[in-house]
Design a protein around this ligand. Sequence first.
Ligand code: HT7
Ligand code: ZN
Length: 844
Amino acid sequence: PHTVRLSDYRPPDWLVPTVALDFDLAPGCTRVRATLTVTRNGAHDRPLVLDGQELRLLSLTVDGVADATQPVGEHLTLRLAGDTAVIETLVEIVPSANTRLMGLYASGGNLCTQCEAEGFRRITFFPDRPDVLSTYSVRMKADARAYPVLLANGNMVARGDDDGGDTHWAEWTDPWPKPCYLFALVAGDLQPLRDRFTTMSGREVQLAIWTAAADVPRCAHAMAALKTSMAWDEVHYGREYDLDVFNIVAVADFNFGAMENKGLNVFNSKYILADPETATDADFDAVAAVVAHEYFHNWTGNRITCRDWFQLSLKEGLTVFRDQQFSGDQGSRAVRRIDDVRSLRAVQFQEDAGPTAHPIRPDHYIEIGNFYTATVYNKGAEVIRMLYTLLGEAGFRAGTDLYFERHDGQAVTCEDFVRAMEDASGRDLTQFRRWYEQAGTPRVGVTLAHEGSTATITLTQTTPPTPGQPIKLPVHLPLRLALFDRASGARIGDERLVELTEATTTVVIPDVPTRPVLSLNRDFSAPVIVEHACPAADRVFLSAHDDDPFARYEALQQLALDTLSAEGPCDDLVAALGATLGGDDPAFIAEAVLLPTEAFIGDQAAVVAVDAIHARREAVRHAAATAHRDAWWAAYRGNADAAYAQTPEAKGRRRLKNVALGYLMATGEREAEVAAYAQFENANNMTDRIAALSVLANSDAPERTAALAAFYDRFKGDASVIDKWFSVQAMSSRADTLAATIALTRHPDFSHNPNRLRSLVGAFGVNQLRLHAADGAGYAFLADQVLSVDPVNPSTAARLMTPLGRWRRFDEGRAALMRAQLQRLLKTPRLSKDVFEMASKSLA
Ligand code: HT7
Ligand code: ZN
């Protein structure tokens, strides 16, 4: 397959100022008439090349004259004499056969589109690249009974009936020029939850969230989040919404979380529908975060878009940073930061250390769909956060103001963003730009010396080689640090922001009478791995005294990692967990006392010792559970409110209660199983019910089977809840998990729906203990699933295979078995380029 390279970028040869689309919609055969005005971009004699995939061309005219040119491969190439032309194509497509869920497809009886990154070419012939911006007018016609609602981007300008009312039509226009990846259309039997928002300049915007009628009441949380996001963006970034309507549609079949199409966001229903009975607190938070994320794209992505797909982090890193800020403002900022860092480390650090490591601005790809990664999104957000830290709140805001002013209506690059930051703040960001080019997670080595009354901190940075990048240069990174007085527990002076630019940086701090305790990378100010041979006593100290909550959490996590990665007693950790458990913020305690996952413990080792890690972690959990048995029961019972509320306080208490339940189960006492089953049966919300089910699913409790059956019976028919049912079984550490997971692939509710695949196969893929069974059966299962999904939905298949790419991290036996499965994938005829790219890079 062809490799696309950033260095080959050339501006488009032809522009398309206006597009008129006319859809005659039906699932088995949709006709699309596209009228494009095209203009030559500069002086050249190159042809107009339109992309098209799986399109049946029925007719083509150039300036009204029929043209017999036929597509070759996936391109329609037209030699045009003048500098402008009107191209009209009529194509036929089959939405009901579109299992890739890219382009126009059918989901739950509705028709909807997904065009990012390269789906528009599956709808009509077009220069499918983000730097071609056009204004769109759309007409669509469909059966009035099957598709009573017809939506597209922008505003509806006309509608009417045909054929005596059997069919109907609607016309929509979007005044804002946009790249074709932001085009959207939905036709369906949908009902709205409606609301209104008045913008800061006093314009009224009509809001609607469209779903199946029965789901409308479950949209209230998403609607509230949308309104809060709209207000938040005005206050924090000065950004106002720019159309009269904002529509959101929830669909059941979706490759991703959601899509920010201009004025018509399309969502995976998992990120819209929420009520206490079926959605956990984490689900509620995810709904709000994704709604905010897509809304924020209206400025960071839509008004200013990407020049090419290598610049994806321009919109995604910045928008994730914005949604993280927003979410932090809605509840506990510290808990949100802990959560974000935990997922960065779990997914992005692994990616950065593996065969598909790439910079946040990659410079080549085979399939762009493989680059919607934690690196582009989450590390991208960390890079923006570092700019925020380096420039300060006011400097950063001046930078974004300048960026919006300078580039509104353009398709730009990451470099344009950094230059705006630089110009607005006056800071030289030359070296900072390396973050965009260099893959890999920097490691910062730390030593602390104390002599007389001077503390000297030496910080060295190195970044290990990554594929294609053997040599790494130092990056510009902001490290927040502070010193603490061991005797009083107080901070010595102010927190410092140290900027590392060299391989080695020395920080000398006077007036420190006794050897201090060093708190480093506070609030996780840089996405690095800190290597500090810090005595256990210092970690215990910081876990109790640090005034930065993230650093307090981190001290306990590092103490846990040290303890879990070694043999021997775990008394310090157990004592520190007990002390933290005695704190007064349930939401924080719940996160802090969670032991690092088996996967994260494995990430610290040269070779992942799968079974030993599990055994050691279980032993330490048992020790911590029994040592503080009474405190866990107190945390469990003391936070078991009868009333349910979606407030940060109530969520924090539920979280602590359920973390406590996990520890109580680790005592092995029957009383805990009884409590778990009672909670399962009596819960008045999904957070409590699924927490109880998940500990039971992980156990040999006699109620296990009955609980799983009861849960299924109660929620069958509710896809998002049944996803949870699949997941708790696939994530169990029980010895029969692989067999159970294989059996579940034969369950009538198992399907190739992306959410369902992720809930079962994706969940099993992150079950370190069972995926990495020494006989290789877990790997074979995963590869079987990838091969079964690939012909249907290659982008989902490619995501499912990620765990196999980590073979270098395992012992030779396991590594050989993983490689064998990757080789098996590569040998498969008609493999998609998505899976080919992942498998070939994994083996290289
Ligand atoms: N910008 C959106 C990306 C997206 C996507 C990409 C590939 C295939 C399907 C997709 N659906 C949505 C999502 C976002 O970041 O907001
Ligand atoms: Zn996004």
